[in-house]
Design a protein around this ligand. Structure first.
Ligand code: ATP
Ligand code: MG
Length: 331
């Protein structure tokens, strides 16, 4: 079985369900927005939410993807930076519980966290992120031996803000012989790091995952044309279009893959799990259409649950559906 290493911001979601918008107003957070807060505000918010009752879910985009590849059975590793505190310990031990080889680095600040206010009848989410130690990860933290023995290296786009870190990471990954994939994360990440991202993709990246808005920000083109353009810059380009499915292109080979049927309640984590399914299938040498289909199956499970963790019955269903596809592809 091929192995995968991921790198990302090691963040723990702190989720609180609130009766109304009072706390959003208190902390000046527009409902539905995502804001970065400093340590002082971050601590105030956390202690206020704690009194109401919170749920802790270690995550971050690449960590979610890597947890998922580990559950698929791929030997999976993760690099991220935490603080020397309870939240950091929770992050590390949760990754390890899922079988991930967690190479945690320690920063001077407290562990990064994403405080999520869930309000209103539609369970709308408002985010206050405190990045803490996660932002302290730098090129000097990396060592070539961290990459040795891995076949794939997956980067979450949020890290692209730290260009020196990513440059060092991809060089080490290429030297170790890894296939390199990136999830573009968000259109504002793409917009604010355009030149760097273009050279990164041209020089190092083999597989690009982008949703529609990220693909547009990168290419200034729409869906199909954006995919075509992306595919000229990497081996495999993937553009995801939510419930409308996904498109995959490699050279002249093109596939449109419908979304797998799902009773959607919360789309959080769809992109991260799609990438995990796709990479897992790719590591088994599956055809590109099957890679996209396996990504779609596992993404369809995560949209049926609240949050980013798929429950055991849904994992069982997904694995059974995937086994059938793999058997059919092998015929
Ligand atoms: N409502 C849905 N029903 C079924 N499958 C879905 C649904 N939403 C997303 N998916 C699947 O998940 C894949 C990725 O979702 P999406 O296009 O939303 O990516 P994304 O924007 O990167 O997601 P994220 O917000 O998690 O980063 C889709 O290509 C599709 O296969
Ligand atoms: Mg995404």
């Amino acid at each position: 079985m091929k192995s995968i290493l991921g790198i990302g911001n090691a963040l723990t979601d702190i989720l609180a369900v609130l009766p109304d918008d009072t706390l959003l107003r208190k902390f000046h957070l527009p409902r539905g927005s995502m804001q970065h807060v400093d340590m002082e505000t971050g601590d105030k918010i956390w202690s206020t939410l704690k009194e109401i009752g919170v749920k802790y879910v270690p995550g971050g985009s690449a960590a979610n993807t890597i947890t998922c590849t580990s559950i698929f059975g791929m030997p999976s590793g993760y690099i991220g930076k935490i603080g020397n505190d309870d939240l950091g310990n929770l992050f590390k031990s949760t990754m390890e519980q899922f079988g991930v080889r967690a190479r945690m680095l320690y920063g001077t600040k407290s562990s990064g966290r994403c405080m999520v206010f869930i309000t209103g009848a539609n369970a709308e989410r408002t985010f206050a992120d405190y990045m803490g130690s996660a932002l302290e990860m730098g090129p000097d933290d990396l060592k070539p031996e961290y990459f040795e023995g891995y076949d794939y290296f997956h980067i979450e786009g949020y890290l692209v803000q730290n260009q020196d870190l990513i440059r060092t990471a991809v060089r080490m990954a290429k030297d170790a012989g890894c296939i390199i994939s990136i999830d573009m994360a968000s259109y504002n990440v793409v917009e604010s790091n355009e030149a760097f991202l273009h050279s990164l993709v041209d020089d190092y990246v083999d597989i690009v995952f982008a949703n529609e808005t990220e693909a547009r920000a990168f290419t200034k083109l729409e869906r199909r044309e954006a995919l075509e353009e992306l595919s000229h810059h990497c081996d495999i380009a993937v553009v995801k279009v939510g419930k409308d499915g996904s498109m995959v292109q490699s050279g002249d080979e093109y596939h449109y893959i419908e979304a797998w049927p799902a009773a959607t309640i919360d789309a959080t984590g769809a992109g991260d799990t799609y990438a995990a399914g796709f990479l897992y299938a790719h590591s088994l040498g599956m055809p590109l259409r099957t890679c996209g289909e396996i990504g779609s199956i596992i993404a369809a499970k995560v949209v049926e649950v609240i949050g980013t963790k798929i429950d055991v019955p849904r994992w069982r269903d997904a694995k059974a559906e995937i086994r059938k596809l793999i058997a059919a592809a092998g015929k």
